[in-house]
Design a protein around this ligand. Sequence first.
Ligand SMILES: C[S@@+](CC[C@H](N)C(=O)[O-])C[C@H]1O[C@@H](n2cnc3c(N)ncnc32)[C@H](O)[C@@H]1O
Length: 258
Amino acid sequence: MLTVQDKNFDKLSQKFAKNIYGTTKGEIRAAVLWRDLAPQIAALGDKPLRILDAGGGFGFFSQKLAAMGHEVVLCDISEQMLFQAKQQIDASDVPLNISLVHCPIQALSPEKQGQFDVILCHAVAEWLIDAHSTLQGLLTLLKPQGIFSLMFYNKEAMRFHSLVSGNFDYVKRDMKVKKKVGLTPTHPLYIEDVRQWFNQWQLSMICQSGVRVINDYLKHHLPPNFDTQQLIEMELLYSQREPYLSLGRYVHFLAKNP
Ligand SMILES: C[S@@+](CC[C@H](N)C(=O)[O-])C[C@H]1O[C@@H](n2cnc3c(N)ncnc32)[C@H](O)[C@@H]1O
């Protein structure tokens, strides 16, 4: 197997499932991504699509899309993540056509895996040593007119969140810590850089959304009638408006191959 120094989630797989998907953060992520993706997938027609979930982890979207009858390839470098994916796929009520591929994104190729109608790459780019070249390579697997869904951790939002938390020394160090721990991404990205990459790759942008544009900035003391469902509605409402979009902890770009 090609060796890479990108972040393997073997030691974080349980924490990731619990801290992200088991929380409001996960609900917001799923709601925004699905609001953006669902109509584009529907627009590709009735036939089953070939979908690649690159760095797919336990395959939250892989499972959702496979349950709709699509053929999914889920690739990840973490055996633990793929183990969780397999357990969930085996426990599913409906048969899921998902192939689990234990390899780095950098080892995928159109010769081996073929090309795909849709490629998802969610919350992976910010863990990569070289996101630009890895994503450029990944796009060789996208069919003409195929859809690319990229969600990445937003460095400017990371700075803003640290500022409003009063972590000024951390901001002065450009949010660098001596020892990287937990789920704080090692290589956050600037929105403008990723926009330029999309231009360079001649992708036509379908939509751009901020993910968690409000949740992470909520005050500690909330009104007694505070309601999580209303928060999710507000997240959806403001996710595509500036300046909220640019303050999303993650940003989702959905684009079409020429
Ligand atoms: C934060 S998790 C996101 C998982 C999934 N995409 C999601 O949104 O639920 C990042 C995943 O990327 C995987 N990963 C990191 N670098 C990778 C690489 N070069 N190739 C494949 N997977 C990679 C990790 O092992 C981990 O499972």
